[in-house]
Design a protein around this ligand. Structure first.
Ligand code: SAH
Ligand code: SF4
Length: 361
């Protein structure tokens, strides 16, 4: 079988070239063709010797996951459904904003962590995405949207907030991050690449050592009792450990704060008292908050908090000096908003929200 070059991070690609008797600068040239020029055809890589092009054609390929559907929302948000084989699909969402373009990338087909309010979790876990499937989402979005008049790719920021828990697919996620950051590839700054995690504490420490980028942590509850229900991995890594891990992360992070994501669920975690309890929880962690109005999906056991409730919650945090934003709902007319992403090639819904409702009541 041919080697898909998208599966290599920069060091591994250089090593593979060495195995083929090729110098490191040849690997860099090929990287620049693939990522900077968006080229997938070796024959078009005009500054490579003919013999090298022939060798690459025989041994290697540049294979992007196949896109089975594209949808465009009224607000310009674009969603692609990528077929990742055996009936699985993952989604990639491009969100255009003034002066930047953010791509929301998936790292797993499904997710094992089963957060109570998340449609990806309700699908169960299918499999980890390969490095090629993760970086291929960036390649595809850039390819589809094309460079602007100044020759810049449209994807300027990447958030690993699509389907799956990136830190439970650690190796492939980090390889893809390295490609996003490398100057011969996309050359994005570490501050413009964000990993979002539900709080896999040991992997947060590893990420800090191996490839620190901006960090978002899905908090969603001010105490262990509620978070154990909403984000079940909390039973393994409770809030005290999570807060300590955030502090450790910040020692090496490219930004000097953690972004806490907090989904607003009516009557569940959205009271002023919850906000005040949160303030005590995060007292020692430099942070910003991003409040996410809950995005419903079929059979979801929750409702979105009313806007005045969300604003009151924001005010409590803001008055204590914490920068707090309310996430604009983007792309919800094409089910591309946070937590609505679900592979639809095959219905894998095996779980219902029922159990969770019972625990809360
Ligand atoms: N697994 C990672 C990243 C993917 S989820 C994580 O949990 O952080 C990306 C974000 O969307 C998380 O903050 C998640 O809690 C949030 N989310 C999940 N379901 C949602 C829903 N139905 N409405 C709003 N946000 C949701
Ligand atoms: Fe997985 Fe994140 Fe969804 Fe939780 S919120 S089930 S960790 S994708």
């Amino acid at each position: 079988m041919k080697q898909n070059l998208l599966d290599f991070d920069p060091a591994a690609l250089t090593a593979w070239f060495a195995e083929q008797g090729e110098k490191p600068f040849r690997a860099r040239q090929v990287m620049r063709w693939i990522y900077k020029s968006g080229e997938s055809d070796f024959d078009a890589m005009s500054d490579l010797a003919k013999s090298l092009r022939e060798k690459l054609r025989q041994l290697a390929c540049v294979q992007i996951p196949s896109v089975v559907r594209e949808e465009l929302a009224g607000d310009g948000t674009r969603k692609w459904l990528l077929d990742v084989g055996t009936g699985n699909a993952v989604e990639t969402v491009f969100i255009p904003e003034e002066g930047r373009g953010t791509l929301c990338v998936s790292t797993q087909a499904g997710c094992a962590l089963d957060c109570a309010f998340c449609s990806t979790g309700k699908q169960g876990f299918n499999r980890n995405l390969s490095t090629a499937e993760i970086i291929g989402q960036v390649w595809w979005a850039n390819h589809e949207l094309g460079k602007d008049a100044d020759g810049h790719w449209p994807v300027t920021n990447v958030v690993l907030m699509g389907m799956g828990e990136p830190l439970l697919n650690f190796e492939n996620t980090v390889s893809a991050l390295r490609l996003m950051l490398d100057d011969h590839c996309y050359g994005l700054s570490r501050r413009r690449v964000t990993v979002s995690t539900s709080g896999v504490v040991p992997a947060m420490d590893r990420l800090r050592e191996e490839c620190p980028v901006a960090l978002a942590v899905s908090l969603h509850a001010p105490n262990d009792k509620l978070r154990n229900v909403l984000v079940p991995i909390n039973q393994k890594y409770p809030l005290s450990e999570l807060m300590a891990a955030c502090q450790r992360y910040l020692e090496k992070a490219p930004r000097d704060f953690v972004t806490f994501e907090y989904v607003m669920l009516a009557g569940v975690n959205d009271s002023e008292q919850d906000a005040r309890e949160l303030l005590r929880l995060v007292r020692d962690v430099p942070c910003k908050f991003n409040l996410i109005p809950f995005n419903p999906f079929p059979q979801a056991p929750y409702r979105r908090s009313a806007m005045p409730v969300v604003m009151r919650f924001r005010d409590v945090l803001a008055q204590a000096g914490i920068v707090t934003t309310i996430r604009k709902v983007r792309g919800d007319d094409i089910a591309a908003a946070c937590g609505q992403l679900a592979g639809q090639v095959q219905d894998r819904t095996k779980r219902t929200g029922q159990r969770v409702i019972e625990v809360i009541a």
